[in-house]
Design a protein around this ligand. Structure first.
Ligand code: HEC
Ligand code: HEC
Length: 399
């Protein structure tokens, strides 16, 4: 009895498979890319959290700091001050397409490195290394910065050499030590992908199926995604908006030291972005005695900026060790303690740097350093962490 039942079952299963095989008209190229819900890749039509969709299908950034005046109109005194101008106005589809591109190693010449290889969401969109590693293990000159809140940055890179996110990404994409691609190579690969052709049509409204993907669309989509990485809902922010219990006593003490004219941190790491976006020469140490990073001197061809770097935002700073352009400090506490070891103490002999006047001798006690440390940890907020794709449209493994 059992045997008959078994034979009939096998027969029925066989028939079903035959039908699926004969009548499934899905092109085989698509089948590989079905996601876990059996959907093909499609783009999100709603904005990421923190954005409002306009009638023109654009995502507009909204946050509580908008209720305050911009720092340009008011003094820098209180905590209730506005943020710098933000880069927004991308469509939800562009932002979502950028998310796939950011994680897809198809943009590198060996199909192994993506933006996320060095800007890992789990490490505050940084990479946990003192200096990043690119193509074939090439060690880069500097540490990978966090990408949280890059939508607010006017200049990009430690030495401020790029003026827009679009311009910035051409560094890693085309550098032989990083992703080592060319526009031709990237466009060729993307245009060969049915999935990407479809997704770019969806994001950029191209009518003709044969229209090919353009490089400026790649730049726009990745920029759109980067601007979605907004972190403005930390415990510090809740405190700044008036919820007094969001910080404990030690953290408030740390905030007051941070903002004091003794420590002077907030003169450069100005809230709410925790950067005034200026270049400052602070004389942070180089790990190797035989190398000195000129920093912004090269960008601006200005000797007074020798060893100067863009003031980094300290948001999610807890997540992005090691610290400084060189990744020299392994812990956040070491990075804070740097400021109290004496003006210019780490400047190599023979270098005559124009140290910023706010770099001085605050003589903070160990306890005060501890309190600043407590405070900086209240700047952690990853509530708007984007969804990390499990698969990318190229079908390549995510590294
Ligand atoms: C091989 C590692 C690596 C890869 C791959 C990489 N980056 Fe970076 N990224 C870095 C490093 C290192 C820096 C700092 C370099 C400097 O300042 O000179 C940086 C800087 C940046 C900055 C500037 C942030 C700031 O605060 O100024 C942005 C934005 C950025 N990368 C985005 C991207 C995007 C988008 C991609 C993919 C197209 C990408 N990165 C790929 C390592 C990498
Ligand atoms: C004169 C402006 C200035 C002042 C004042 C200042 N900083 Fe900085 N800070 C910078 C610059 C510029 C860098 C990047 C320098 C580098 O990479 O060599 C930096 C880097 C940092 C970093 C590492 C960030 C990262 O992403 O790796 C931390 C942490 C930090 N500062 C905390 C503080 C604290 C705490 C104080 C007060 C005790 C302070 N800063 C005062 C300008 C300043």
């Amino acid at each position: 009895m059992n045997r008959i039942f078994f034979t009939i079952s096998i027969f029925i299963i066989g028939i079903v498979f035959l039908f699926v095989f004969l009548f499934d008209k899905t092109p085989t190229a698509y089948k590989k890319f079905q996601d876990s819900n059996n959907n093909y890749f499609s783009l999100c039509a709603t904005c990421p959290p923190g954005f409002k969709l306009t009638k023109e299908n654009k995502c507009e950034n909204v946050n509580l700091y908008m209720q305050y005046d911009s720092p340009n109109n008011k003094g820098l005194g209180g905590l209730k001050i506005g943020l710098p101008e933000v880069r927004d106005g991308f469509s939800p589809q562009q932002m979502d397409l950028g998310r796939y591109l950011f994680f897809d190693p198809i943009l590198s010449s060996d199909n192994k490195i993506s933006c996320a290889s060095c800007h890992n969401p789990e490490l505050g969109f940084s990479d946990g290394k003192a200096k990043s590693e690119g193509m074939n293990g090439a060690v880069l000159e500097r540490s990978a910065p966090s990408l949280w809140n890059v939508a607010y940055l006017k200049r990009l890179f430690w030495d401020a050499r790029a003026n827009s996110l679009e311009e910035q990404m051409q560094g890693p994409l085309f550098s032989p030590h990083e992703m080592a691609s060319t526009s031709e190579e990237i466009l060729k690969k993307l245009n060969l992908s049915k999935e990407y052709r479809q997704l770019f049509r969806e994001a950029f409204g191209t009518k003709n199926e044969k229209d090919s993907i353009q490089m400026n669309e790649v730049f726009t989509a990745i920029t759109a995604f980067e601007t979605s990485l907004i972190s403005l809902n930390s415990r510090y922010d809740q405190y700044a908006h008036g919820f007094a219990n969001a910080l404990n006593e030690k953290e408030i003490e740390g905030m007051n030291i941070f903002r004091s004219f003794v420590a002077r941190c907030a003169e450069c790491h100005t809230p709410p972005l925790f950067s005034n976006q200026q270049i400052a020469v602070i004389g942070s140490p180089e790990p190797n005695a035989d190398f000195f990073d000129e920093g912004a001197q090269e960008t601006f061809n200005d000797a007074t900026m020798r060893g100067g770097f863009k003031v980094p935002s300290l948001r999610n700073i807890e997540k992005t060790a090691p610290y400084m352009h060189s990744g020299h400090f392994k812990t956040l506490k070491e990075a804070i303690a740097f400021y109290t070891k004496g003006r210019g103490h780490a400047v190599p002999k023979g270098e005559n740097l124009y140290l910023h006047w706010h770099i001085w001798e605050p003589q903070l006690s160990d306890e005060e350093v501890e309190r600043i440390h407590d405070f900086l940890k209240t700047l952690t907020d990853e509530t708007f962490m984007p969804e990390i794709p499990k698969k990318v449209p190229s079908g390549l493994p995510i590294s």
